[in-house]
Write a protein that binds this ligand. Structure first.
Ligand code: NOJ
Length: 462
């Protein structure tokens, strides 16, 4: 990895590109879900989104003017292979060539995620991530991308958030396929991890000059009490959210205690083949991408069936979880929350980075996402978002403090580059450094936080 610290921002294809059916793109599960009656919380789609497909030049130029030297985006699998496998769509390939070349023209390092929630509908219909064949399809797709773009892309990320993605899709049930079953969740997540390891192996075989990682939403797991029961709940939550992903891609195997927990839960693990062990062992990553937003506060499990909920309306309480025989979510009533109940706790990134250093001392980290959603207001041509500046400042300071304690952090990317489609939270939950006027031809206006970030980067000295 080269030495320059990466300061930038991030997006994902379905959330910002739009052009959902242009230039030969195939349908993804999100295209279909958003057009269905199941999309009933905020019934809007990513059909146009931030129109990044047509406005990427303006967006990248704005990043460069904002002092950013790195842009993380994802490739829409369905633009490259409209059916998930087989026929390659040249126009889709051409788009990402243009995107990458525009980044390089502006001296912006492209960091490319291969899979960020949007699965080709053709694969989704055949069982999606619960079907082992999807792991082979992903390997095929990854290979096409490595060969096309691997000469210029030096940072690859296989999968975005195996934990949160499967939690929403298979446990909370608010993302397609809207299932509520932890055992199905573990099945899908296993295949995501396997797909990642397969892609890493393919990348190594091609002998390209670059680094490959995975993006893990990881959390500092904390408790309000220090008792054996609370400490056990913390350990369980760490396995549940963090180590079931991070151990696998860093060390190449599942933690023994995690497998034991699945067995004692009665989860059928017959899909974990013996031959996969070698794939995991050889498919370990070069860096860990970390999406860091908040900590997780837990308490011991007491009673009741497993239940997980999220706040997707921007009113009411935060996320809730009772995971039978594992842990329950706790709440600290004294801390500040955003309207979706996300706790604002900047020290969590410091605690997390130190924890990652202890567990994976030789693995570099890139903060691939950090940011805060809010109801930003466009008033008299300006967007004042002091809450975002405070949040980013707090997280960056804590990250830099961890760096001085020896944590090998190589980059930091704000979520998000501009406002975009926040999955089923819709468009009102804005994260961007740049405001997008969705009702007015998607016009861009930098927010106060954009200028703050620009000045911060300008003054940063390593
Ligand atoms: C993480 C996900 O990667 C991204 O797609 C999402 O919009 C942000 N979190 C904000 O919730």
């Amino acid at each position: 990895m080269d030495n320059k610290f990466l300061w930038g921002s991030a997006t994902a294809a379905y959330q910002c590109e739009g052009a959902w059916n242009e230039d030969g793109k195939g349908l993804s599960n999100w295209d279909v879900f958003c057009h269905s009656e199941k999309n009933n919380v905020n019934p809007v789609t990513g059909d146009v989104a931030s129109d990044h497909y047509h406005r990427y030049e303006e967006d990248i130029k704005m990043m460069a003017e904002g002092g950013q030297n790195a842009y993380r985006f994802s490739i829409a699998w369905t633009r490259i292979l409209p059916n998930g496998v087989g026929e390659v769509n040249q126009k889709g390939i051409d788009f990402y060539h243009r995107l990458i070349d525009t980044c390089l023209k502006h001296e912006i390092e492209p960091l490319v995620t291969l899979y960020h929630y949007d699965l080709p509908q053709k694969l989704f219909e055949k069982g999606g991530w619960e079907n082992r064949e999807t792991t082979d399809a992903f390997e095929e797709y990854a290979k096409v991308c490595f060969k096309e773009f691997g000469d210029r892309v030096k940072y690859w990320m296989t999968i975005n958030e195996p934990n949160y993605d499967t939690l929403c899709s298979y446990a909370i049930g608010n993302y397609p396929p809207n299932v509520q079953s932890l055992s199905r969740r573990w099945h899908a997540m296993y295949h995501l991890m396997l797909a990642s390891a397969k892609a890493v192996n393919t990348y190594r075989k091609l002998g390209l000059n670059g680094e490959i990682g995975l993006v893990s939403d990881s959390y500092s797991i904390e408790a309000l009490e220090d008792t054996p029961a609370y400490n056990q709940a913390k350990k369980n939550a760490d396995l549940f959210f963090n180590r079931s992903v991070n151990d696998v891609c860093v060390y190449g195997h599942y933690p023994e205690q995690f497998i034991q927990k699945l067995v004692s839960d009665g989860v059928d693990t017959s899909y974990m083949f013996e031959e996969d062990k070698k794939i995991f062992q050889t498919g370990t990553i070069d860096f860990l991408g970390i999406n860091a937003y908040d900590r997780i506060l837990v308490k011991p499990y007491t009673s009741g069936e497993t239940i997980l909920t999220n706040n997707n309306t921007g009113t009411g309480d935060g996320p809730k979880a009772v995971i039978k025989d594992w842990f329950e979510f706790d709440d600290d009533p004294t801390t500040e929350k955003n309207p979706w109940g996300m706790e604002i706790y900047p020290k969590s990134i410091y605690d997390l980075l130190l924890e990652l250093k202890a567990l994976y001392p030789t693995t570099p980290v890139i903060i691939t996402e950090n940011g805060i959603g809010n109801y930003d207001k466009f008033i008299n041509g300006e967007i004042k978002d002091p809450y975002r500046i405070d949040y980013l400042k707090g997280f960056i300071e804590n990250m830099l403090e961890a760096k001085t304690k020896g944590c090998d952090v190589r980059g930091y990317l704000v979520w998000s580059t501009m406002d975009l489609y926040s999955w089923i939270n819709g468009y009102e939950k804005r994260y961007g450094l740049v405001y997008v006027d969705f009702d007015n031809e998607n016009q861009r206006t930098p927010k106060e936080s954009y200028y703050w970030y620009r000045d911060f980067i300008r003054n940063y000295e390593e």
